[in-house]
Ligand binder design. Structure first.
Ligand SMILES: [Zn+2]
Length: 416
């Protein structure tokens, strides 16, 4: 368990040597290094509590840990049920002496079933930590809690308000927390989101997620005695899928992939209904309407006469489009990281996250920045056999805590 301590010492010595002139950054780095054992202990504790989306008992246990920490730090804590999802949103607020309103947010549900933590508890191997949800997004929960603790220890209160928001349903499209995220984000100047970073990046654009539903109604008939009397919905669905296979637009980073198909109940009956669902990703909200219009036009052309075809685009999560405010925040993050010799770059992400709900397409506030969390890999997969690919990079704890603490100082208008 001591290997990572050694790793930190080496990491820190290198950074301190390189930036011996930057007195303040080295002082802050020492404070952060001293915080790492407590960070590891919080991280281990919450990874070892299963909190899959919908797991009321597990979510309540993680909620209790978060609420207790926030109370200890003197936050005003609000618990908001995330109906229709299971569990609660936790909103903690710290009042400061300045003007800037800043929010940090992350989800505390995971994609893992009950029992995953008992089978594969938190463990450290070399420079990596493993366990269910270790990166996505328990690392973000620990990072927010300990960044707040560090700011508290530094007596830093120059923000106007510092809000932390934890939601329990992100892995199922944030159905019960999206309104609250939008509401609270609308009151902020800046929103930092703590999904893990896949590399030395911060994210300035995320994809939106939608679904395209295709439904064909036909007419049932016995496949042996009177197939000619039926109207085969499955055949029409197959025809439509071939026609609808090019709805994406690479130039706009829109993808549409048909992934779920359903037709027929019995082998001797011509199916009277067939359905398909496509996964759609988009970086511009206008693509929702474009795909809907284009698909409606295409489905007019039938193969099986007398079948009825409908197509409907369902918006599940809006994108964080590339925008100037996010780019500016990324530049600030980049400059802060340079103080400790850590190079990061702004990146665009193909996944969808809650950053899309925080972003306000109608105005330039709040500025939203994603992937403020620690480095992790392979986090967006439910495949348990791929667990080996899900890890978090321990060496990124110190620089990422540094980034957050300094970011909140800078956004509050304070340069130490
Ligand atoms: Zn996540």
């Amino acid at each position: 368990m001591k290997r990572w301590t050694l790793t930190f010492s080496i990491f820190l010595s290198v950074m301190l040597a390189a930036f011996a002139v930057a007195g303040d950054s080295s002082h802050l780095l020492r404070e952060i290094e001293a915080e790492v054992p407590a960070f590891m202990s919080t991280w281990e504790r919450i990874v070892n509590i299963d909190s899959g989306t919908g797991d009321a008992g597990g979510l309540a246990k993680v909620e209790a840990v978060i609420v207790q920490r926030l109370n200890e730090l003197g936050a005003k804590v609000e618990i908001v049920p995330a109906k229709p999802a299971v569990g609660n949103c936790i909103v903690g607020t710290f009042k400061g002496t300045g003007k800037t309103r800043i929010m940090m947010m992350i989800h505390y549900d995971t994609v893992f079933q009950k029992g995953a933590a008992a089978k594969r508890p938190f463990r450290v191997e070399g420079k990596r930590a493993f366990g269910p949800g270790v990166a996505d997004a328990k690392s973000g929960v620990a990072l927010i809690l300990h960044a707040v603790k560090l700011l508290h220890a530094l007596n830093f209160t120059e923000y106007g308000s510092l809000t932390v928001l934890f939601n329990p349903d992100e892995e199922e499209s944030s159905l019960g927390s999206r309104n609250l995220i939008q509401e609270v984000a609308a009151e902020q100047d800046y929103v930092l989101s703590y999904e893990p970073a896949e590399g030395d990046i911060v994210t300035v654009a995320t994809n939106g997620i939608a679904r395209v539903h295709l439904t064909v109604k036909g007419l049932a008939s016995h496949a042996g005695s009177a197939p000619e009397k039926g109207r085969n919905a499955a055949i029409e669905l197959a025809h439509q899928l071939l026609q609808l296979n090019e709805l994406g637009d690479p130039d706009k980073r829109t993808t549409v992939n048909w992934t779920v198909l359903r037709a027929g109940q019995k082998v001797n009956v011509i199916p009277d209904e067939a359905r398909a669902i496509a996964d759609m990703r988009l970086s511009q909200s206008s693509e929702l309407q474009r795909v809907q219009r284009q698909a409606e036009k295409i489905v007019q052309k039938h193969l099986v006469p007398g079948t009825d075809v409908t197509v409907k685009v369902e918006n599940r999560r809006p994108p964080l489009p590339r925008n100037r405010a996010s780019d500016e925040m990324a530049e600030t993050a980049k400059r802060i990281c340079r103080e400790i010799g850590y190079q990061i770059e702004p990146a665009e992400m193909r996944f969808g996250t809650d950053a899309g709900f925080a972003y306000n397409p109608a105005g330039d506030k709040p500025a939203v920045l994603e992937s403020m969390g620690i480095l992790g890999n392979g986090y967006h997969t439910r495949d348990e056999s791929a667990e080996i690919y899900k890890y978090a990079e321990i060496d990124s704890i110190v620089p990422r805590l540094y980034l957050t603490v300094r970011m909140i100082q800078e956004l509050s208008g304070v340069r130490p």
